[in-house]
Design a protein around this ligand. Structure first.
Ligand code: UDP
Ligand code: MG
Length: 318
């Protein structure tokens, strides 16, 4: 029998977890040909998520959990789950039921068709503000245009992957992980299927606008050096333009005796160049920051406890 690990990052999800397991179990019961196991990753929750996970683990033998020593972020939580997975297939999904477990049969069918991955993208962003939808649209088009990885607009971290693909993902050991990009970067045959986004029923989103902005910036700088090239090109264009400007001023002065208006021209060009330089330093800083964090080579997460190595109590568990 093929096995499937379901990886669920959880941060302050005490309210939704029992419901999540109930709904997911209902779907799993309709797929008897596979053996499912949950790997919940408690990402340093401040509420009773860990207690809820322990209760669930005592009730369901296929519930496993890893608990972090602090909040390391969803990316680290996904990494921890993938690293500890052993099954033939691995599903990654959110705990808040925004990734409907009812899609399992379609996803399994997708991967069994001979793909290494079956991933989902949002058809309609119901339950998201207009501003968020716009920002997400801009992000995806920017990401697709300037970097090596291409993904459909609305791609989410809800997917099933083969062992081969998960092993490949584990080869990428970067600390600042941008999984959406990593999943695409490793390649493999991926089938994209559409799903209808649902509103979060319990709890609240863990993402602030600023958090999303940082995430988008991480995504872009992790997979593209186009911004670096871009500032070089801008610098080059500005030099050409100012060179032409100097030529014109000199020619006007020598041949036509025209005096250039000193003060406004100077101020404008100074401010303009100042702005460009500031921006360029900012872009450089983004990349240097990435190098700084990567060279420290710190672990991606630190676990404080887990029931993954506990002895299975009967052979239903694996
Ligand atoms: N999450 C996490 N660590 C964090 C933030 C979020 O593990 O620091 C988990 C969260 O519990 C949920 C998933 O990541 O299972 C997606 O989070 P959320 O629903 O807040 O994001 P959104 O759906 O709004 O993008
Ligand atoms: Mg959510």
């Amino acid at each position: 029998m093929k096995t499937i690990d379901i990886i669920v990052p959880c941060y302050n999800e005490e309210e939704v977890l029992p419901l999540f397991v109930k709904e997911t179990n209902a779907v799993i019961d309709t797929i008897p040909d596979y053996r499912f196991r949950y790997i919940f990753v408690n990402d340093g929750s401040k509420d009773k998520t860990l207690e809820v996970l322990k209760t669930l683990a005592s009730r369901f033998l296929n519930v496993k959990y890893i608990s972090f020593s602090r909040n390391f972020g969803k990316e680290s939580a996904m990494y921890a789950g993938l690293k500890n997975s052993t099954a033939d297939y691995v599903i990654v999904m959110d705990a808040d039921l925004q990734h409907p477990p009812a899609m399992f049969p379609q996803m399994i069918e997708g991967i069994e068709e001979g793909n290494d991955c079956c991933a989902l993208y949002r058809a309609k962003q119901t339950g998201e503000s207009k501003l968020r939808q716009l920002v997400s649209k801009i992000f995806f088009s920017f990401q697709n245009n300037i970097s090596d990885v291409k993904m459909p607009d609305g791609a989410v971290d809800y997917r099933i992957m083969s062992r081969k693909m998960v092993n490949a993902i584990m080869e990428l050991s970067e600390v600042q992980r941008f999984s959406k990009g990593i999943f695409c970067w490793v390649g493999f045959k991926t089938k994209w299927i559409e799903y209808k986004n649902v509103e979060r029923t319990v709890g609240t989103t863990k993402w602030s606008m600023w958090g999303l902005f940082k995430y988008a910036l991480d995504g872009i700088t992790a997979f593209s050096i186009t911004p670096l090239r871009f500032i070089a090109v801008v610098g080059f264009i500005i030099s050409i333009i100012s060179f032409i400007g100097i030529l014109i001023t000199v020619i006007q002065k020598i041949f036509f005796g025209v005096e250039a208006a000193g003060y406004p021209t100077l101020l404008c060009s100074l401010l303009f160049l100042g702005g460009i330089i500031e921006l360029s330093i900012g872009v450089l800083g983004e990349y240097i920051g990435r190098i700084f964090t990567e060279t420290k080579n710190r672990p991606i997460y630190i676990a404080s406890e887990s029931n993954l190595d506990d002895e299975p109590e009967d052979d239903f568990d694996f």
